[in-house]
Design a protein. Structure first.
Lengths: 140, 116
């Protein structure tokens, strides 16, 4: 299992205009690499949800995509309040998103469950007051 | 159902990518919550929404959707249309409310999308 390529994008807190650009760039790259459309879609849905979580819930962070010959790994890590109860956060419909996030089309509490469903492997780690890190893998 | 037929039924204005009017949509989904849209299964789905910001286009982009219909006379900003144009997404714009627009399409044979 050899790493072929990796890209990393900063994601700003609160930026609903540029939020999604990292996922869009990663999508473009995966298309250029000739990866199958349904695989790209699964990666990008997960990546985009993770990116919007950084925008909405954190103080800022990054999205990194590591491409191997048999899989893509997405790492979304931020500085922020962290998640107190990960089991609770993973529940469909659970959300602490503010009203303005809902007005922007997010905050339905379906992001983390969507990410998990969309990927072959899903890991989440968080430390209160410090960081949240999500790592997701999709095999080709 | 062809996008051209949808445009007619909804008396909609085409804001970009008019060449996609021949595209055949197999189902539709209506929602203002993008996470719900993101759990859509089929890419031949069209999205009806009252959410006129750039995230509606980003969501469609991630799912390879070819058409967004903005309802209730809420005209999106030019920047939103510009992004859709660049991403090859046809944008329609109708005066009908979300419920009425869905009702019109459904009663003319367009079915709801399956979820993942
Ligand atoms: N990066 C993050 N930093 C801090 N909290 C987070 C982060 N991601 C998710 N959460 C917490 O988990 C909850 C559920 O996340 P999610 O399923 O994506 O739903 P939503 O974003 O719609 O609220 C959030 O409301 C928030 O409380
Ligand atoms: Mg979320």
């Amino acid at each position: 299992m050899q790493e072929l390529l990796s890209v990393k994008y900063d994601v700003e807190s609160g930026d609903f205009i540029r939020g999604g650009e990292a996922s869009s760039s990663i999508k473009k790259l995966l298309q250029q690499l000739g990866i199958k459309a349904d695989i790209i879609k699964r990666i990008c849905v997960a990546c985009y949800e993770a990116e919007m979580n950084i925008v909405i819930h954190s103080y800022g962070g990054y999205i990194e995509a590591k491409i191997f010959n048999n899989k893509v790994e997405i790492i979304a890590k931020d500085r922020g309040p962290g998640i107190e109860n990960i089991d609770l956060a993973m529940k469909e419909g659970y959300s602490t998103a503010p009203e303005y996030a809902r007005e922007m089309g997010f905050g339905g509490g379906m992001g983390l469950p969507n990410m998990k469903k969309s990927c072959d492997e899903f890991y989440i780690d968080s430390k209160m007051g410090e960081y949240t890190e999500v790592r997701m893998v999709v095999y080709f | 159902m062809k996008l051209g037929k949808i445009k007619e039924l909804l008396e909609a204005e085409v804001l970009c990518n008019e060449e996609l009017l021949d595209y055949e949509a197999v189902s539709a989904f209506a929602c203002d919550l993008m996470s719900d849209v993101l759990s859509l299964a089929k890419k031949e789905t069209i999205l009806l929404t009252g959410l006129t910001n750039v995230q509606a286009v980003r969501t469609a982009e991630m799912l390879d959707l070819r058409c967004i219909i903005f309802v209730r006379n809420k005209r999106p900003d030019e920047s939103v249309v510009e992004l859709a144009r660049e991403k090859g997404i046809c944008v329609l714009f109708t005066k009908y409310t979300l419920f009425t627009a869905c009702g019109i399409l459904y009663s003319n044979g367009l079915k709801g999308a399956d979820m993942l």
